[in-house]
Ligand binder design. Structure first.
Ligand code: EPU
Length: 432
């Protein structure tokens, strides 16, 4: 159990390179049972979600070798396996293995997935789609059992453009006989990355990145070497770190077009933002202006940036409204930011933020991954020391966060349980 100690009010400045995308990596790793080939993935982020996913793949017979950002996977030996619930529950994308395992082996078994507690997160679109593709899926005692006599192409429509269902069904249908069309598909960059990965193994996918995706089934997929693109949410978080510390940070190795929503909102709030072919720079020397934000599917403002942006707006001049339209309860950051002196209240799907001049350090608890990121941002801009507990949530999606923040001039350190208890816990009085 680690604790992050952050001493705020250091102006972050300099350049930061962002590691590979969590959500692209997880979608790609979910699809690899489709191939019997050899996979090489470069720029894989060192985060716990990826570690968990690779361990799960090993349970199914994959041979994995992870060396400094590159993962080598021998996919020749996938076998039927019934994983334990504790292996599957920690990450939601464990469920996206169901279709690819089914396409490869004709049957599959998976306990229900878990993931961050930010809403109900049903999987009905996935299940409907798998059934249209020719799978029979049953849920018994909290576990899914799927079987098929052979997958075939289908016409699929989503009531909402789900990133996960688009990725899961697009991948599964690569080995289905005939043509599959996915309508009202998600347009997230991670869908495009997955399609590129699958196509480089021999799949025939067209339209990824638009709302209609067409997949023409092939007999088999082969080997592939693929470079995971940069993580747009980690990138966005460092851009917000510049804003919240009145700093000047250039984030490199990214696709600026994936930051459009965040960048435009930062400009609206008064930050100075410039962009190049593979970088974005945010400089800010004054208090930001309050504003309205509404999360939307890509290319709208990303839900994954909602909590971090709310943290930045706690000290903006005026009243902000942040409306969350994707998840019904992505609000774990609110009580913790209020402990730091923020003035936020929740009304329905919106958080109403009355800007204060500064936050002050406190002992706070991360309730999920992006709430943890929000607390880091708040702490970087706050007066004094903040101690963030439940760091394992942040480790799910931020790769070497302390190293990157330190290199930018921030004061952040990871305390182990013993150091926390010995040097800090007794002299701090946690608010309850
Ligand atoms: N939905 C359904 N039924 C389904 C699937 C989704 O009703 O079968 C609903 C969800 O409940 C939600 C909405 O559709 O209200 C969107 O969910 P989506 O399926 O797009 O989300 P996801 O695939 O489960 C991924 C990311 C999330 C990110 C969302 C939206 C991964 C591993 N997760 O989740 O990332 O918030 O897309 O962009 O790719 C994070 O990184 O912190 C994170 C939560």
């Amino acid at each position: 159990m680690h604790v992050l100690r952050i001493n705020g009010k250091n102006r972050l400045h300099g350049e930061v390179e962002v590691p590979g995308s969590k959500n692209a990596s997880l979608a790609i790793l979910s699809s690899i049972p489709l191939t019997k080939g050899q996979i090489v993935l470069h720029n894989v982020p060192e985060i716990s979600d990826v570690q968990i996913k690779l361990a799960l793949l090993e349970d199914f017979g994959a041979k994995v070798d992870w060396r400094e950002g590159t993962v080598f996977i021998d996919c020749s030996g996938f076998k039927y396996h019934e994983p334990d619930e504790t292996r599957v529950r920690p990450i939601r994308t464990s469920f996206y293995l169901l279709g690819p395992l089914l396409a490869r082996l004709g049957r599959a078994f998976l306990p229900m997935p878990g993931g961050c507690l930010i809403g109900a997160r049903p999987v009905d679109f996935h299940l409907k789609g798998l059934e249209l593709l020719g799978a029979k899926v049953e849920m018994v005692n909290g576990c899914y059992t799927a079987s098929t006599e052979g997958l075939h192409g289908a016409e699929i429509y989503f009531d909402f453009p789900s990133a996960g269902a688009t990725q899961h069904l697009m991948a599964t249908s690569t080995l289905a006989k005939g043509v599959t069309t996915i309508n009202n598909a998600a347009m997230e960059p991670e869908v495009v990355s997955l399609a590129q990965f699958l196509n480089s193994m021999g799949a025939r996918i067209e339209g990824a990145g638009t709302s209609t995706i067409t997949v023409t089934g092939v007999e088999e997929l082969g080997d592939c070497t693929f470079n995971i693109p940069a993580d747009r949410v980690q990138a966005g978080t460092y851009l917000l770190a510049a804003a919240t510390t009145k700093g000047d940070v250039t984030v490199r190795g990214i696709m600026p077009e994936h930051q459009t929503a965040t960048v435009n909102k930062l400009r609206e709030a008064g930050a100075d933002v410039s962009e190049g072919p593979d970088w974005v720079r945010v400089a800010c020397d004054k208090r930001l202006k309050a504003m309205k934000i509404k999360t939307m599917p890509y290319p709208g403002f990303p839900t994954d940036m909602q909590q971090p942006m709310a943290a930045v707006l706690t000290t903006a001049r005026g009243n902000s409204v942040v409306e969350e339209t994707i998840y019904e309860s992505r609000i774990g950051h609110v009580p913790e930011l209020n402990r730091m002196g923020a003035k936020i209240r929740v009304e329905g799907r919106s958080t109403l933020i009355e800007g204060v001049s500064t936050l002050t350090g406190a002992v706070v608890h991360a309730s999920d991954l992006r709430a943890g990121a929000a607390l880091c941002l708040a702490a970087l801009g706050a007066e004094g020391e903040t101690f963030i507990k439940n760091v394992h949530f942040i480790d799910r999606g931020y790769d070497h966060l302390e190293g990157r923040i330190t290199a930018l001039g921030g004061e952040i350190e990871r305390l182990d349980e013993e150091t926390w208890e010995r040097d800090y816990a007794h002299r701090l009085k946690p608010h309850n």
